[in-house]
Design a protein around this ligand. Sequence first.
Ligand SMILES: NC(=O)c1ccc[n+]([C@@H]2O[C@H](COP(=O)([O-])OP(=O)(O)OC[C@H]3O[C@@H](n4cnc5c(N)ncnc54)[C@H](O)[C@@H]3O)[C@@H](O)[C@H]2O)c1
Length: 423
Amino acid sequence: MKIAIFGVGYVGLTSAACLINDGHSVIGVDVSESKVRMINEGKSPIFEPGLEELLTLGVQEGRLVAYQEIGDRLADCDIAIVCVGTPSAVDGSHNMGYIAEVSRQIAVASVSLPERARPLTVMYRSTMRPGSIDKLIAPIFRGFHGPTLSKVELVYNPEFLRESTALKDYYAPPKIVVGTIDGQPSATVDELYGNIQAPRFYVGYREAEITKFVDNSFHALKVAFANEIGRICGREGVSAKTVHQIFVSDTKLNISPYYLRPGGAFGGSCLPKDVRALTYLSNEVGAETFVLDAIMRSNDAHKRYLFEKATEGAAPGAKVLLNGLAFKANSDDLRESPYIDLARRLLQAGYDLKIWDPQLEPSALTGQNLGYSFAHLPEMTNLLLRTKEQLVEAGFDLIVDARGDAASLGLDGVPVAAINSLP
Ligand SMILES: NC(=O)c1ccc[n+]([C@@H]2O[C@H](COP(=O)([O-])OP(=O)(O)OC[C@H]3O[C@@H](n4cnc5c(N)ncnc54)[C@H](O)[C@@H]3O)[C@@H](O)[C@H]2O)c1
């Protein structure tokens, strides 16, 4: 393949080197005169293990050449890969100036491309917010190409390399995510990555665009969390190293997909209580744990969000069934259940509420469970329906489904607001 790479920094040069290694020819385009000169001399403008050798090979074999402008060289290219920087703007958003500028250049350079079997694939690898292709890049292309983009195929493909192991990461990425206009595979991108084994996701532009934000924020969150735990341990004379070993050894609940699915708020008898107690301890020892301190407020915000999601399109007065009240299925533990909170909000907002939770017998509740539930939802006994006949007779306008099994209730035709797994 012949590939043009716009922006030959860390991402662009790594891609260039690996594509040369795979036998392709690469045109590098960069506004930096010094980078272009160095590349054409077979030297790498950055240090990355193994990079310079491949760039030198590319130049010696005539398969790598760099320019400051693309000119008419896109004519025989199969792909244009965009790797320009998206640095922070003063307000914290990404500065999209380089993306816009390079998109304009490619749009202009590709408008006069002759008819060909496959359109030119313009693949963006820079990190940019969801909506960037739809709202910024595609309109720039349409401005030059007209409303139908028949000569180009716009693709978003986030990059997951880590500097210092970038070449290895190129061949062994954690995943390949390809965002296209219809979420379908791109033949050109599949051909480009034909030799790479990794889980593949073909998705819409926005899901692909947000992937890197989510990944990087999670990595940052992990570092901040680990350091906050380290600070508390340090102040309490606990070995942070030992705590870390124990923590990461648990690949069932800790380092695992558990507790990472967007859906319900957390609750129950342990998580809220223990998070509060750890932030109390942290305050006491002056560990300044801003991430930990924010967890309860974040969960409260999520409970408000769930209420709003649940009642979208249902006016106060509507007959609502809440499917599930205990903090999880097959339990009658109501302590700090987010659904107690939801039930209270529904009542306060004027909905005609009933609740279905067959595991729950109010007269059998004891101890703190009894105290918490009646203190927070004194109407509970009258709200709970006991039989399937009562369910059918009630004539609900909406089911707010905390359990995810509303279909099994036999209330066909009643709209369901699923709040435990967000779409
Ligand atoms: N560095 C990483 O580890 C990494 C990993 C994944 C994703 N990313 C993302 O990839 C993108 C690029 O990152 P990077 O670290 O390679 O940046 P970089 O700053 O090293 O390189 C960007 C290059 O783009 C060039 N450029 C700017 N405007 C241009 C234009 N109009 N035409 C041609 N070239 C132009 C710059 O001169 C520079 O050489 C960013 O969005 C970044 O967030 C970076």
